[in-house]
Design a binder for this molecule. Structure first.
Ligand SMILES: Cc1cc2nc3c(=O)[nH]c(=O)nc-3n(C[C@H](O)[C@H](O)[C@H](O)COP(=O)(O)OP(=O)(O)OC[C@H]3O[C@@H](n4cnc5c(N)ncnc54)[C@H](O)[C@@H]3O)c2cc1C
Length: 302
């Protein structure tokens, strides 16, 4: 169960007592506030607080442009202009604070994004819950044969069943031993900060994670991408939906320029120019390596 009955009651109470405010409010985000969006088997992500909306991005940008600039006066157009030209600081005027429950091995990838503020559940102070991420059958996959950093086809038959059994029984045994070591029943009990070292990386942790919109977009660009591991990508996918409701114009520009767009090298642009003029450009005459050419060709395919 992602949230305890007490936490659910707290959310209901918070949502039942709205307060009037003079601050910028995003109606789309108000609908999400406090509610937990389930992710994986025991995880969730929920919005605890936010600051700003699409208008706040434009308001900040207009400070730098002053009254003289008329050409980018439309809000949506201005936001697209800012995104297109990497004028990123106006996006930093918006912030979001999330409460995330996630497996420890996912947290290790997530924490690499240094431009956020984090406060994590203390397993020195508190006892971790008996909750482990156990993948669904279709996600128990073999090592990829084409990508050293990824997975391939799902395991099947006896092998899949054996892996699932190992994951479940190891987690249960480790947690049983964790409880036995910290128990003060007839013994002193090992310190929680030491006992946790024996727990597997699929145990769940929780944190509050606060980040500005510019750095959140950077996180989403990397982690909602097909190259990211499935178990972090599902969190990023849910956050994408929340951001689309929070700042629709900024998200639409991000989706277009960052998620849908691509970085092209000078050589790639030169090849496209030659192709447009009718030249049959091949890898051999492109100036690109085989790997670069493969990625370039993939970009040009539908
Ligand atoms: C598909 C994928 C595979 C990965 N594989 C590996 C791996 O095998 N091993 C591994 O260790 N990591 C790996 N990573 C993590 C990756 O290298 C980055 O650490 C992670 O994506 C965070 O990115 P970031 O540093 O840009 O983000 P943030 O830490 O949020 O930083 C955002 C930006 O701020 C700037 N910045 C922040 N801190 C500094 C600083 N101290 N100095 C200079 N500039 C700074 C940089 O411009 C940076 O891009 C992988 C990530 C992805 C998405």
């Amino acid at each position: 169960m992602p949230l305890s009955p007490e936490q659910l009651a707290e959310i209901d109470e918070l949502r039942a007592t709205p307060k009037p405010t003079l601050r910028a409010v995003s109606e789309g985000m108000e609908a999400h506030l406090y509610k937990a969006i389930p992710v994986l088997d025991h995880g969730f992500v929920r919005v605890i607080d936010y600051m700003g909306d699409d208008a706040a991005i434009c308001q900040a940008a207009r400070v730098s442009y002053g009254k003289g600039t008329k050409s980018v006066s439309n809000d949506e157009g201005l936001i697209r202009y800012l995104m297109r030209h990497w004028h990123s600081t106006p996006f930093e005027m918006c912030e979001i604070k999330l409460h995330v429950k996630l497996p420890v091995f996912v947290a290790r990838q997530w924490i690499r994004h240094r431009t956020a503020n984090v406060n994590e559940y203390s397993a020195r102070y508190s006892i971790l819950d008996r909750e482990f991420y156990i993948p669904e059958a279709q996600h128990i996959a073999a090592q990829s044969t084409v990508n050293n950093q990824g997975r391939g086809e799902a395991l099947t038959g006896d092998e899949a069943a054996r892996v699932l059994e190992i994951l479940k029984s190891d987690a249960a045994r480790c947690y049983d031993n964790y409880e036995a070591m910290i128990s003060q029943d007839g013994q002193q009990g090992l310190a929680r900060e030491l006992a946790r070292m024996n727990l597997p990386a699929n145990i769940y942790t929780q944190w509050y994670w606060k980040v500005d919109l510019h750095n959140l977009f950077h996180f989403l660009r990397l982690r909602a991408d097909a190259h990211a591991q499935y178990e972090i990508r599902v969190y990023a996918d849910e956050i994408c939906k929340v951001v689309a409701d929070w700042v629709p114009a900024a998200y639409s520009a991000f989706e277009d320029y960052r998620m849908g767009g691509a970085n092209l090298s000078g050589k790639a642009i030169d090849c496209i120019r030659r192709m447009v003029k009718g030249e049959a450009v091949t890898q051999e005459v492109s100036g690109m390596s085989k790997g670069e050419w493969r990625e370039f060709e993939a970009l040009l395919k539908d």
